[in-house]
Design a protein around this ligand. Sequence first.
Ligand code: PEP
Ligand code: MN
Length: 355
Amino acid sequence: MDGSRGPLHASSRPLYVAGPCSAESEQQVLATARALAGLEVGIFRAGLWKPRTHPGGFEGVGAEGLPWLVRVKEETGLKVCTEVASAAHVEACLRAGLDLVWIGARTTANPFQVQEIADALSGTRLPVLVKNPLSPDVGLWAGALERLSRAGIQQIGLIHRGFSAPSPGPYRNAPGWALAIEMRTRFPQLPFLTDPSHLGGDRRVVRELSQRALDLGFDGLMLECHCCPEKALSDAAQQLSPEELKQLLEHLTVRQGHSEDEAFQRGMEAFRARIDDIDEDLLRLLKERMDVSRSIGAYKKKHNVAIVQAGRWEQLLSGMLEQAAAMGLSEATVRTIMTAIHEESVRVQEPDEER
Ligand code: PEP
Ligand code: MN
């Protein structure tokens, strides 16, 4: 990021990017933008080139919609942005004078396409937001940011929109908050938004996801909003009406990034010291457990018994899950942790274990 006050510049308030999934007509774009102009929305979004899973559906109005976005800017003062997936898209946006572009989830996954976009943006001051790829792959996401950065692009940000998963749980996409937080720690200087619309896939869950993102310290939100959601040509189920968006923004609780208050700082230090102690205990116990596993390995070998005894592991896991439930711990989390510990125990029991 450079020091200039571009549309992504840091502010104490979250950055809200909102607008329809797709630009469908000049009337729809302007009606939505006019309704958003009085809200705390900084940037208007509308997809012109739409990456659709199946051919033959509505694939966006393309460059025809660029003058509509320019009109939004002139009439409402909102900054305007759209999704780009090729050099030709970038050039068209630059000619039209858009304020920002974003790279969609399907494009981030393709290094050739990202490089083409980076080359087309090189030497310009157009800010770009990069959505996570559909697969939960932070390397691919980070690689896209590096390509843009190496092309000399100064204003780069990230958008977390959830990940494809065979069983994503209650939302359209699996949130994978931990992966997003890992990216945040890798790129702490870059603005980081969440897209609760694509994450949730249903307007009824947009509010809870938005609040969660702000609670986790994200810098803002990208939200889909349509003047008439039920008539939307794409992503109808997840778009909010302008009134719903207004209600949402009014009810979100914005947290401070940090507090200078001394008592708060001391309280935090005490909590962190306890966490550090507990983590040390966990490591020590893990080491002890592995030592016992190694002894078991040697003992079984001496008595010519196979390492894995399936019945024993299943019994152990179900006992642990029962205890975990009684303690109010998440069954899925305890299962993941215990499975990892079990795999490591099996590994250290191998006679030629690699260390
Ligand atoms: C969009 O923002 O409309 C879109 C297509 O998003 P994603 O790339 O996250 O699927
Ligand atoms: Mn969409």
